[in-house]
Design a protein around this ligand. Structure first.
Ligand SMILES: Cc1ncc(COP(=O)(O)O)c(C=O)c1O
Length: 431
């Protein structure tokens, strides 16, 4: 009897195991391809010798090769074999974070002297944005975020996954290929008082269009009137003008006006530390006591996600920013990168004009930073790819960092070819 019961128990057990070994993820469909990273995949699969990748926002030298800065190599040499690999605190490297916020707010900023800045190391710019979005949801659960049109596509994913409702505000004017300042200001005025706004501190991605200093002042003034909250995403400090202070101008204007801002910083682009995932999130508070509380809550959000951030990139950033010589070298190298991009903008525009294109290409040189929002249609981009093996996102965004003296003529010719039909429309007065 006992034996029979034991047998039936084990059969039943076996049956249950058989039923539950498969089918768990039946409902999972392949995720849509990331529009930016998908471009690189397609580029890599292309065997054409003339292929060009102007899709991804990563700096390349004039030979089209990835760059490791000399300042980074020197920092690597200095830390090699000298540091242990212990965990960092939840908020990351305190030394690195101190240097990082000096870079954003200015060495002598009052908010730093008053210890009013709650700041933590973050997983590059993306991680800093995500931490802030989670913080916003947790402590202002009723709030929304106003995002410019267009923006870096991942902003939408980040605030969506943090369950913060999104609204948009006007930013880019397709006809002038510049800033739609009047509509932007209307949206700022019409948003409910105390709204959260996402602002690109410089080198707006994807448009390369930044407000002028005067326009930033007006935006800051209107934010005060409306008591809006400015969240700055600063992924390209130094990359726009070659000068890190100049590129932080918008932030400094808001500081002077007494705003309590938050800022996401990335060292991916300006130090070329893409894969190291090093950045910083800072939140300006009323006083030092509040800054301690806010920092502790940011750490609480980080703890169940990744516990603490990686150490190597933080050591590199700290080594560079804390040493006057290395920092000076880095500043020079940032300028070289920015100047190469500015030079390629001139070359691309010059080539297009020499080809006799009657379209205006002024925006190629008016826009700033890594990207040129060319104004090409998705169909024209498709032709660039299928006929000329040139890869970019379908919104017509050209990563100027991928343009070189070797490919700029080829690129200009191809753009001229695919925009010829727009030229006909232009002559007929339709554009
Ligand atoms: C506007 C903007 N914010 C943030 C990022 C984040 O980059 P990362 O996470 O590599 O620092 C990027 C990168 O392309 C960007 O363009």
């Amino acid at each position: 009897m006992a034996m029979a019961m034991a047998m039936s128990r084990s059969n039943a057990g076996r049956g249950i195991r058989l039923m539950s070994t498969s089918g768990w993820w039946k409902a999972v469909e392949p995720a849509p391809k990331d529009p930016i990273l998908g471009v690189t995949e397609a580029f890599l699969a292309d065997t054409d010798p003339n292929k060009v990748n102007v899709g991804v926002g990563a700096y390349r030298d004039d030979q089209g090769k990835p760059v490791v800065l000399q300042s980074v190599r020197e920092a690597e040499r200095r830390i090699l074999g000298k540091e242990n690999m212990e965990y960092l605190p939840m908020g990351g490297s305190v030394k690195m974070v101190e240097e990082s916020i000096k870079l954003a707010y200015g060495e002598n900023a009052d908010v730093l002297k008053d210890k009013r800045v709650a700041a933590v190391q973050a997983l590059s710019g993306t991680g800093a944005c995500r931490l802030f979005a989670e913080f916003q949801k947790r402590f202002r659960p009723e709030s929304q975020i106003y995002i410019p049109v267009p923006t870096w596509a991942n902003h939408h994913n980040i605030w969506r996954d943090a369950n913060v409702p999104q609204r948009t505000f006007h930013y880019y004017h397709p006809e002038t290929r510049g800033l739609d300042f009047a509509s932007l200001m209307d949206d700022v005025k019409n948003a409910p008082n105390g709204s959260f706004f996402l602002l690109h501190a410089c080198a707006h991605n994807p448009t390369g269009v930044d407000p002028t200093e005067e326009q930033w002042k007006e935006i800051s003034y209107q934010f005060k009137v409306k008591n809006h909250y400015p969240f700055f995403d600063m992924a390209y400090q130094g990359f726009a003008s070659g000068d890190t202070d100049r590129d932080a101008k918008a932030i400094r204007i808001f500081l002077e006006d007494g705003h309590q801002i938050a800022c996401a910083q990335s060292f991916a682009k300006n130090m070329g530390l893409y894969g190291q995932r090093v950045g910083c999130l800072s939140v300006i508070c009323d006083d030092a006591k509040q800054a301690v509380a806010v920092k502790s809550q940011l750490q609480q959000i980080a703890r169940p996600m990744y516990s603490n951030p990686p150490v190597h990139g933080a050591l590199l950033v700290y080594s560079i920013l804390s040493d006057p010589d290395l920092k000076a070298l880095w500043h020079k190298e940032v300028k070289v990168m920015a100047d190469r991009i500015i030079g390629m903008r001139e070359a691309l525009r010059g080539n297009l004009e020499n080809l006799g294109s009657p379209l205006s290409w002024n925006h190629v040189t008016d826009q700033i930073g890594m990207f040129c929002y060319s104004g090409m249609t998705p169909e024209q981009v498709d032709r660039l790819t299928s006929e000329f093996h040139i890869y970019l996102t379908r919104n017509g965004r050209i990563s100027m960092a991928g343009v070189t003296t070797g490919n700029v003529e080829y690129l200009a010719n191809a753009i001229h070819e695919v925009t010829k039909s727009s030229e006909k429309e232009l002559k007929a007065g339709a554009v």
